[in-house]
Design a protein around this ligand. Structure first.
Ligand code: AMP
Ligand code: MG
Length: 417
């Protein structure tokens, strides 16, 4: 069951860089074993466990790309109109059933198989039809408007590679190749909990000093979007005994434990101690803002990622570290989310040596996209994520940033998906 080798993440003193942390995750996380066969209709969001090699050509037959007239190019005059008799009809699903004869045109429709011997289709807009004859303009290119068999995917070609996350396009291609079912990686079983004496279940009474749980609901949504099956372990108090019970229960029948809160160095932060009792904790003090405390370790061999408490830090550290960890564990092929160069619409000053993620939205200004930083920067300001569209990523080296500077922008569609 251990998905993390034991020697990893031994890390003490200085802050660990984000790239280094990601490299360690990539090196050390071993995908879970197991796959299942599912119907295409159930495949969206799942990770392909097998290579899909085309057992047929796509399209299976040469066919017309337009409504018009199929001809033999050799029958066309190059310098004047050609007048041909219309000798037959081919529609989608209704092949002509014979080869084209020299000197005839075949009425043809989009998707209809090209009659054997016909190599060119003239669009109906370029034809004049009268008395079962068609007049064709000169200047047509040989092979025009003909789709070749296998021009999309060729028999024997790898159409979809193992590790791909299946979306609508991948499912469409699989069905076009005749697949009814696909073999996908089994879903990760993830145990999820919140920690904190102040944290309460939404809808319950809120005593003075308490807050409703935001992290567990946000994380459950992230995890389910990644295809995980979430077991809800609720909200645990800041008591080591309670955490020990919950973490040991969570370490049976799960592939991963995700917690939030309780990992910084404060006296009330008990997750660290509990994990150290039950397994080992490779405590990361990451050079990242928001979110410096992020714990990665294992409980009885089951990997655990302990995210910070502040909801914005949770979202950012989940996107930056949790998501790649989960995708790797689940069998997905490595894929670095795209960031896009945009212009900063703000001035900013940061501490060099750590990577910062600023919530921002984009606005188009003539031919460039400009990122506008959300004005309220606190790591607890959950509405800032709702009102933003992505993260401006400022690398470790950046110190002062002036308006107009080119910065990396990671859309939520890339890092939250
Ligand atoms: P901690 O890391 O446990 O010290 O928490 C840091 C901050 O995040 C504190 O203000 C907590 O109240 C807040 N917090 C912790 N857990 C949650 C949660 N599940 N939902 C919302 N806020 C939380
Ligand atoms: Mg706490």
């Amino acid at each position: 069951m251990a998905q993390l080798s034991d020697d990893c993440f031994a890390f003490g003193g200085a802050l660990l860089g984000v790239d280094e942390a990601l490299a360690r995750i990539d090196q050390r996380v071993i995908p879970v074993v197991g796959s299942e066969t599912i119907t295409l209709r159930a495949a969206c969001g799942r990770i392909l466990a097998e290579n899909v090699v085309a057992a047929m050509n796509l399209p299976p037959h040469a066919n017309s790309a337009v409504d018009g007239y199929a001809v033999r190019y050799a029958d066309l005059a190059s310098d004047r109109e050609t007048d041909l008799p219309i000798g037959g009809r081919a529609a989608a699903g209704h092949p002509l059933g014979r080869a084209i004869s020299p000197g005839e045109a075949i009425r043809i429709f989009t998707g209809a198989p090209m009659p054997e011997g016909a190599d060119t289709v003239i669009m109906q807009e370029d034809c004049i039809v009268a008395d079962s004859r068609v007049r064709l303009k000169p200047g047509i290119r040989k092979g025009a408007n003909r789709r070749h068999a296998g021009e999309d995917v060729t028999l024997g070609e790898m159409a979809l590679a193992a590790g791909l996350r299946l979306g609508p396009a991948e499912i469409g291609l699989a069905s076009a190749l005749g697949y009814r079912e696909l073999q996908v990686c089994r879903r990760l079983r993830v145990a999820l909990l919140s920690t904190g004496d102040e944290v309460r279940e939404p809808g319950s009474e809120l005593p003075p000093g308490a807050i409703y749980d935001a992290n567990r609901f946000m994380l459950a949504a992230f995890l389910e979007r990644l295809g995980c099956v979430v077991s809800d372990f609720g909200i645990r108090p800041d008591r080591e005994a309670a955490l020990l019970d919950t973490l040991s229960a969570a370490s049976t029948d799960h592939d991963l434990i995700v917690s939030s809160g309780g990992v910084s160095t404060g006296d009330e932060d008990r997750v660290k101690a509990a994990v150290e009792r039950l397994g080992s904790l490779y405590f990361w003090r990451l050079a990242i803002k928001p979110g410096r405390p992020v714990a990665l370790g294992h409980v009885a061999g089951v990997p655990l990622i302990g995210l910070p408490g502040n909801p914005v830090a949770v979202a950012v550290t989940f996107a930056v570290l949790g998501r790649p960890l989960i995708l790797k564990l689940a069998g997905a092929a490595a894929h670095t989310p795209h960031v896009f160069p945009v212009r900063a619409g703000f001035a900013y000053r940061k501490k060099p040596g750590r990577r910062e993620y600023l919530r921002a939205r984009l606005e188009r200004e003539s031919d460039t996209m400009v990122a506008h930083k959300y004005p309220h920067e606190g790591a607890g300001i959950l509405s800032s994520i709702v009102r933003s569209e992505g993260l401006v990523v400022l690398d470790e080296a950046t110190g002062a940033l002036n308006p107009g500077a080119v910065v990396d922008f990671a859309p939520f569609s890339e890092v939250f998906a």
